[in-house]
Design a protein around this ligand. Structure first.
Ligand SMILES: Cc1cc2nc3c(=O)[nH]c(=O)nc-3n(C[C@H](O)[C@H](O)[C@H](O)COP(=O)(O)OP(=O)(O)OC[C@H]3O[C@@H](n4cnc5c(N)ncnc54)[C@H](O)[C@@H]3O)c2cc1C
Length: 486
């Protein structure tokens, strides 16, 4: 819980004192009792909150850079509440967006915010409805952490996990969801089997590869533009209970990247990532991070797994832990960052997908201009995946056999608007260089985008994106914080 996050109890108390029943379309305001020009809200199972504390909290996210204050926050008591609210918004010209939780959105540039509209607190719907051999049927507000707590004791897990598992299932399915297993299993959106969606028309629709396929393809990594995901059937695979997690250091980026791509092609490990850190003398070191899952009694053969790799001798470290602790490995760091207050600093992140042919040159060029002050001790990630494993049309990554996630996870130090603005400007300049090379941005980060930028981003599927918007959200009600259609 961050200091800017409202505890659920406060929200519920807010519901008691601030729940509203009517909307005044002339004054664009809400009230508890009717006036001649007011319009009654449909009766809700949950509550619509308009108190200043809740609205201010909904104008926050992990970035702490953009603050768009909604007029109200819907804490839905049912899926039907979301249907009613989207229909009401459509009729009365309001904007709506789903968010992981009020003040708990992990976007860094206001993507889940709505200026003068309604934010839906998806964390209010967080039931795991069913877990079977091959899938879990869950509310969109369930966090991956909660799902894993239920599935890992059964020897099951979603095949691809994000590094941080406190993200909502609906939120990551709206953007993609990448992690160290993506080279094998694709993104999280490639591992969803069925979705219940409230479209921008205010219709509840079930979609899958076999039913309402067009909506299914639009919603996955659709940046919240076409509908609110209310439930998802997430694929589960069998996982052994233990993980051996190895790290090893490199000083030469070309050697590092060659080993990483070799490893994802050979599939020796179940997880392949990597990171970059300053070595103190103006140069950078590269850390390979790989993991092998195993059952007790079938411990991994270290020498076979690590053979032929060109890391610096003597730098390998290995840790054995449970599958759940491995999946939840960032929890202690996050707890520390919260305790010392850094979690609440601005985070002008830059998350890029770099084409393989330019990866070494581009990353070297960006690093040569990146100072420790530009990062504020935030980590830098660099790891490859196979673009061919991606199936959702709106997940935009460079084509080719391999591509790289390159993430500058900056913290603004000092935490001032000026420092944030300066880092966002640097992000924009780097992004423009990447686009010239055919690279793409992972749109969870802090890069201001024009309509022309979005057209470039979606490239050959832009016309489909626009067509699907007109079809599923014809009145442009949803997710204005992405600034694609507004
Ligand atoms: C510390 C940290 C670590 C991270 N690690 C990873 C990682 O390893 N891999 C990775 O891929 N990403 C990672 N992310 C980014 C994360 O995936 C995005 O921030 C993503 O948006 C999920 O966050 P959220 O659940 O808070 O969604 P939000 O930020 O609340 O929402 C994101 C977008 O989806 C929309 N949305 C939210 N819920 C729904 C819904 N139910 N239906 C439709 N639209 C919805 C919102 O309107 C918004 O446009 C990380 C973020 C942080 C802060």
């Amino acid at each position: 819980m961050t200091s800017r996050t409202l505890p659920r109890r406060t929200l519920l108390q807010g519901a008691l004192v601030a729940a509203v029943t009517v909307f005044n379309p002339l004054q664009r305001s809400w009230a508890a009792s009717p006036s001649p020009e007011s319009i009654s809200l449909p009766p809700l199972d949950g509550a619509l909150l308009v108190d200043p504390a809740t609205r201010s909290a909904a104008a926050e996210d992990y970035g702490h850079i953009v603050h768009q204050q909604p007029w109200a926050v819907l804490v839905p008591g049912s899926v039907e509440d979301i249907v009613k609210m989207v229909r009401f918004a459509r009729t009365h010209g309001l904007k709506v967006a789903g968010a992981r939780g009020i003040g708990e959105s992990h976007s860094t540039q206001g993507q889940a915010q709505v200026e003068a509209g309604v934010v839906i607190d998806m964390s209010a719907l967080s039931t795991i409805h069913e877990i079977n051999e091959t899938s879990a049927w869950v509310d969109a507000g369930v966090r991956w952490h909660e799902l894993l707590q239920a599935t890992v004791p059964l020897g099951k897990s979603p095949p691809t996990l994000t590094d941080f598992i406190e993200l909502s299932i609906g939120g990551t399915l709206s953007v993609g969801g990448i992690g160290g297993q993506a080279f094998r299993s694709g993104l999280q959106v490639d591992n969803v089997l069925e979705l219940d969606v409230v479209t921008g028309r205010g219709e509840l629709v079930r979609c899958s590869p076999f039913r309402e396929r067009r909506l299914f393809d639009a919603i996955r990594a659709g940046l919240g533009q076409f509908g609110i995901i209310v439930r998802a059937r997430v694929r589960l695979v069998a996982v052994p209970p233990r993980v051996r997690y190895y790290t090893a250091r490199y000083t030469d980026i070309a050697v590092f990247v060659a080993d990483q791509t070799r490893l994802i092609d050979e599939g020796r490990f179940d997880y392949v990532e990597g990171s970059v850190s300053p070595s103190g003398n103006g140069t950078w070191t590269f850390q390979l991070e790989v993991a092998k899952y195993y059952a007790p009694g079938s411990e991994p053969d270290d020498s076979r797994l690590l053979s032929g790799l060109s890391y610096l001798p003597g730098t390998v470290q290995a840790v054995d832990e449970s599958y759940f602790d491995f999946a939840n490995r960032l929890a202690p760091v996050v707890e520390l960052l919260k305790q010392i207050g850094i979690w609440d600093y601005p985070h002008p992140w830059l998350n890029l997908f770099v084409p393989e042919c330019d990866a070494v040159r581009f990353v070297q060029s960006v690093l040569s201009r990146t100072t420790e002050a530009d990062m504020g001790q935030g980590p830098i990630l660099l790891y490859p995946f196979h673009p061919g494993r991606l199936t959702a049309p709106f997940s935009r990554v460079p084509p080719g056999r391999h591509a790289f996630l390159f993430s500058l996870l900056r913290t603004a130090v000092p935490p001032t608007p000026e420092q944030s603005a300066s880092l966002v400007a640097k992000n924009r300049a780097i992004y423009e260089e990447l686009v010239a090379l055919g690279g793409k941005r992972y749109p969870i980060d802090s890069v201001p985008m024009s309509r022309a930028d979005w057209r470039e981003h979606f490239g050959p599927v832009w016309d489909t994106f626009v067509y699907d918007k007109a079809r599923f959200d014809p009145d442009n009600v949803l997710a204005p914080g992405q600034h694609i259609f507004s």
